[in-house]
Design a protein around this ligand. Sequence first.
Ligand SMILES: [Cu+2]
Length: 468
Amino acid sequence: MMSKKHKYIYILLSAIIATAAIPGCSDIRNTAFEEAETAGLPVPALLEDSNSDPEVADYELTAQFGSSTFFEDKKTQTMGYNGNFLGPVVIVKRGEQVNMHVKNDLDEDTSVHWHGLKVSGDKDGGPHQTIKPGEIWEPSFVINQPAATLWFHPHVIGSTASQVYYGLAGVMIVEDDVSEELDLPKTYGVDDIPLILQDRSFNSDGSFNYNSNMMDGAVGDTIIVNGAIAPTLEVSQVKMRFRIINGANASNFNLTVDDGAQFHQIASDGGFLESPVLEKSLFISPGERAEIIVDFSRFEKGQTVAMKSGDSDVMYFRIADSQKDDTIIPDELAEIERMKIDSSTPVKRIELDGMGHMVAINGRKFDMERIDDVVELGVIEVWEITSAASMMHSMGHPFHIHGVQFQILSRSSGQLSSNELGWKDTVFVAPGEIVKIMVQFEEKGIFMYHCHILEHEEAGMMGQIRVK
Ligand SMILES: [Cu+2]
């Protein structure tokens, strides 16, 4: 760790670096995090398990109002879990029994959906598990899936999009024997760091300018990472693992490091890829996750390296000292059994159509009272997802299914990339494209499937399926 003096210099440097890039903005802070006094990257705290039994975990989350500081001398009204903005990181282990205690301290309904978690429909945290103000929701489940970076956020009718925008989102990390045995960077907060990417628009008084009427989702003009604008992370000349979560309401990111330096992607939504994939850029749409490893030993001490999305600066890495690095990026990460289909495999068609408030799936808007489809537990299906393209309107949609991890079978636009062959729960469907996926539910209940542009979901681009 840095000495006090070094830390002070670092804070100054970081502030200079951060403010140089954002006109009219200085001293970016967020009070929700431990490193609140710096312009450094806030790293969410780990949530403490209050149960001493190693096989059972109890976690308490409270959705609450908060006040955050994105700009000096300006307060922003926000929401967070157990804090002012965003939430703590929950680490769970495969095989472990987890008891969640979720309290709603807001003055409106909320819910907490475990995005990517394979649990039965009644534990999923969708609109059927609404938590009224003052109430506590206590789902229990056993973790039964590979190591992965998941996340959690509200999923109630009418206010999912605004609650996420105001700050309700957190990271859930699943660990298993595979993740524990690999010699990857895996020390949380040191060489293993979550990056929650979002964007926001601000009013001149510092308040969020949330406009749900934007035609195709709330796209902001300011990117935030873990709740800070263009923050800086000091890194040693070692390999660093970043768990990237696109937590934006509507924006895609196309990430590069140092204008095209190579990095390895090791995981997609539902866990490790079979092998690391070398990349120069990473496209990530709302709801998706990716774990990447950047080797900073290639950079000079004192250098500042930017992570960008297109031309926009996302954050900075300030290269510090060299250090011993015992971590390894292995050639093989995990085994992924490819799902098998044949001519008897049921095929479903999902058409995502419309724009703005005129969105629908297969011509129908979401209705809580209607089950759109029934699936049998354990049966593999092919879903053909299309995103209607027209002269008037062409946009892609990130398509998400609750309670399951699926595999992408094909894209009509061309070959699948190597980083699309792992477990997924959200897939981007470009305008006019047909994306085929293989889906096999392992949990019963009612589950949502929807566009993860939250304003589209809110406007009705969502359906529900009963798994029996
Ligand atoms: Cu959409």
